[in-house]
Structures are given as structure tokens and as C-alpha cells.
Design a binder for this molecule. Structure first.
Ligand code: 13P
Length: 340
């Protein structure tokens, strides 16, 4: 039963032309997003904002799942339907962020280790009862002077595998996310090398701990130039290097790969995904999206905390969802942005 459940969920998460909307910002992170539009981060404002994302008509054409935060999975729509139930009714799978954040890694300056394993078996059981079908755990790998260290990559990969095993044990699909940050001044080559090391450590730990790769979704960064690098690789190069790195380091039996946007602009994140799918029709796994900022940014700005703007904000979100849904099939064209 669990095996079939895992297989079905994993396949549905990366169904053709669909991807994941990440709305699992922790309370401190959503406060930063709200600060950018001058909206106070109260529980009701957070609920109202997530309400508009979750109840957007027609999202289910392009969105297979949404990742919720602990507070969000316990909240309800304005008419009193629990968010997880509303999503399930609309054919969108509720997911849940289960790590408790990236903390300073002892004895390693400027590096992070993700916490949240203690009590995770019990928390997963509760989330399952609340309707969660998949769970996310994010590890953060920082590029800098003499970092990342092998110790940091290994410790995070080990924790990701422990979390993934606990998820599969209870019938929840793990979305394993080792994020190599793109904020530094590194070249695309350095990003390639670090992503390669990270993925290699991740899959070796998953294998070692008997996690079923066929029932796992990888959420990863693209291979890209650091934001502060004076030479920025173009769209074709990012697409090529990313696919090359994945083909070399990701087992073919993996259920699917989804990308994080990591601070790329909304349009660029879509263009990168499209370029990967236009040029590679025969990959062993679907390449899709699990964007947070790149899907939400236009919508957040249009909303601005004003309920009169909900419909316009939802239209802005649906447009990004559609563009990315098409990018999963290599059918996106930047002219669609002008038409909108
Ligand atoms: P971004 O797409 O904004 O990077 O967020 C995705 C995510 O869920 C990071 O964990």
C-alpha cells in the first residue's frame, strides 16, 4: 500500500506540464516578503495571502502540489475549509516543509546544517493525518572562500537521507532539496563542481540508507553563475550545464527533478526551465519547477495587502503558473509575457 501510494504521489507531482508552487516560507521569511510590500506580518495577513494563492481558480491546470508551512497546514480558507482539504478537492496535493531551518554548523564558519530530525517520525504522522502527501527538507550549501567543506556537504546529505527514510516509512514522498546558493561571485564552473559534489554525496547517502530513489523527488538549484559574478552565463549555457550535471550525477530511476528559483527573476527562471526542456526530449526524468519567489513575486506586489486586488493578483499568479507549465514541455515563448 505504502509503495503504491509513494509511486502514485511521486508520478503525480511531476505529471506532464505541471509543477509545484512553494508557499512554505517560515514566519521570519514571509515577514521579509511582507516588509517588501509594507504589509504587517500578522497571522491573519499570512492566512489571507496564502488563501489567495491556494484558492486561485484554474491553478490545478499547471500545479500538481503546493508546499505548506506548519502554520499554513493548520489554517483554513475564508469560508472555513482547511487549506489542505481545499487543495485536495481541487486535485492539488498538499505538501509540507518539515525541516526546522538551517543553523550554524559547529566549528565551520559561514556554513549551515539543517535541523529537524528529532521527533520527525511523530510530526510526519500528524502531517499525514492533516492531508500531506509529500514533504520537503532544504539543506543549504554556501559557496565562498574554502567553502563548502566536505564535512558540511556530508553532514547535510546524511540528514537529508535520514529525513527521506522517515518520510517513505509512513508513505510520504520526500522532496530532497540540497540548495547550492547562487548569491556569491563564483563562476558557473564553480557552481557546476559544487553541485556535482553535493548531488553525488546526496545520492550516495540515500542509497546507503536504503531510500527508494524511484519514490523520491529531487529539488535542486540550476547550475548558474553566482549573482555577483561579473560574467553571467547565458540561458543556453545554464540549461546545458545544468542538464549535463544532472545526467552525470542523478540516478535514472529517480521519479523527477524540480528546480528552485533561488532569487532569479520570474521570467529568467521560466526561460531557463524552457531551454532545458526544448533541447532535451529524452531525459530519464521529467524536469519541472518548484518555485517560490519566481511564481509569487508578481502576485505579491499586485496584492499589496489589499483585498480589492485579490482577483488581479490571482491572474498574475496564474500567468506565471501557465508559463512554467508550458516551460516543462519546452513550449514557452517570451512573447507570452507581452501578451499578458
Ligand atoms: P525559491 O524558488 O524562492 O528559491 O524558493 C523555493 C524553495 O522552496 C526554497 O526552499
Amino acid at each position: 500500500m505504502t509503495t503504491m501510494e509513494l509511486e502514485t504521489t511521486a508520478k503525480m507531482m511531476v505529471a506532464e506540464g505541471k509543477g509545484i508552487l512553494a508557499i512554505d516560507e517560515s514566519t521570519p521569511t514571509i515577514k521579509k516578503r511582507f516588509d517588501s510590500i509594507n504589509v504587517e506580518s500578522t497571522e491573519e495577513n499570512r492566512r489571507a495571502y496564502r488563501d489567495l494563492l491556494i484558492t486561485n481558480p484554474d491553478s490545478n491546470k499547471y500545479i500538481s502540489g503546493m508546499i505548506l508551512y506548519d502554520e499554513t497546514i493548520r489554517q483554513s480558507t475564508s469560508d472555513g475549509t482547511p487549506f489542505a482539504k481545499k487543495l485536495t478537492n481541487d486535485g492539488i496535493m498538499p505538501g509540507i516543509k518539515v525541516d526546522t531551518g538551517a543553523k550554524d554548523f559547529a566549528l565551520h564558519s559561514n556554513e549551515k546544517i539543517t535541523e529537524g530530525l528529532d521527533g520527525l517520525r511523530e510530526r510526519l504522522a500528524e502531517y499525514k493525518n492533516l492531508g500531506a502527501k509529500f514533504a520537503k527538507w532544504r539543506a543549504v550549501i554556501t559557496i565562498g572562500d574554502k567553502i563548502p567543506t566536505n564535512a558540511c556537504i556530508d553532514a547535510n546529505a546524511h540528514a537529508l537521507a535520514r529525513y527521506a527514510g522517515l518520510c517513505q516509512e509512513i508513505g510520504i514522498v520526500p522532496m530532497v532539496e540540497p540548495e547550492v546558493l547562487m548569491d556569491a561571485d563564483n563562476t558557473i564552473e564553480r557552481c557546476y563542481d559544487i553541485t556535482e559534489k553535493t548531488l553525488s554525496a546526496l545520492f550516495s547517502n540515500l542509497k546507503n540508507q536504503d531510500v527508494n530513489i524511484a519514490h523520491t523527488i529531487l529539488k535542486t538549484n540550476m547550475v548558474i553563475s553566482g549573482k555577483k559574478c561579473p560574467v553571467q552565463a547565458n540561458i543556453e549555457e545554464v540549461a546545458e550545464r545544468t542538464v549535463e550535471c544532472l545526467l552525470k550525477n542523478v540516478p535514472s530511476e529517480l521519479a523527477g527533478i524540480v528546480f528552485l528559483s533561488g532569487g532569479q527573476s520570474a521570467k529568467l527562471a521560466t526561460a531557463h526551465l524552457n531551454a532545458m526542456n526544448v533541447n532535451n526530449k529524452d531525459l530519464p526524468w521529467p524536469l519541472s519547477f518548484s518555485y517560490g519567489r519566481a511564481l509569487q513575486e508578481p502576485c505579491l506586489k499586485i496584492w499589496g495587502g489589499n483585498s480589492a486586488n485579490i482577483e488581479a493578483a490571482q491572474k498574475g499568479l496564474l500567468h506565471r503558473e501557465k508559463c512554467n507549465g508550458l516551460a516543462c514541455k519546452g513550449e514557452y515563448n517570451s512573447k507570452m509575457e507581452d501578451a499578458a
